[in-house]
Design a protein. Structure first.
Length: 192
């Protein structure tokens, strides 16, 4: 193998895991990096998520949604300076609870810089924000299910996705009045 195609140093690798075992695999790897003395090989385990908000029966529920179900990403040193697979970290990750295999099988390729940069920026963009499970459109008719305008319906005039708010025109005493509401305070009028 030529030196040009050799992968040295730590790089990001995609690891396939069993469905709904992403968190367990991440926790296991994070916990055992120190115990198994893997600190020289495995540096970070990433499970990209965002907070998604939905309202059911008038209650606001927030849950964590995975960007890449069935995958975690591991920043690790997997090849030595000669481009040979280092067995210790390879087996450490492969044998972790919930892990199926590296993407790429017996000879995993690291993610391209652009791929991992996109994933990391997705995570950063989602930090501290709640994203509604449902996306709304201007002109759509919604029913208000929280606050002083409970049970009124109105049409969406404006949407501010960064703040998670909608301006909704509701008819109060025969006049249309714009009301600012959070996404979770409304539901589609046809979802009864």
């Amino acid at each position: 193998m030529s030196k040009a195609s050799t992968v040295t140093g730590p790089r990001w690798y995609a690891v396939q895991v069993l469905s709904n075992q992403e968190q367990k695999a991440k926790r296991y790897l994070d916990k055992f990096i120190e115990i198994e003395e893997m600190g020289d090989y495995v540096f970070e385990v990433l499970m990209p998520t965002e907070q998604v908000t939905e309202v059911k029966n008038g209650k606001k529920n927030t849950r964590t949604r995975k960007f890449y179900p069935g995958y975690i990403f591991v920043y690790m040193r997997l090849y030595d300076d000669d481009g040979k697979l280092i067995q210790k970290p390879w087996y450490f990750v492969r044998e972790a609870q919930g892990v199926i295999n590296f993407v790429g099988g017996e000879r995993p390729s690291p993610l391209k810089e652009s791929e991992i940069e996109r994933i990391i920026s997705q995570v950063k963009d989602a930090e501290g924000k709640e994203k509604p499970k449902i996306e709304y459109e201007v002109g759509e008719v919604v029913k208000i299910n929280d606050g002083p305008f409970l049970n009124l319906t109105g049409s969406i005039d404006e949407i501010d996705p960064d703040r998670g708010t909608l301006k909704v025109s509701v008819s109060i005493f025969g006049r249309f009045t714009p009301v600012e509401l959070e996404y979770w305070q409304v539901q589609r009028a046809d979802e009864e």
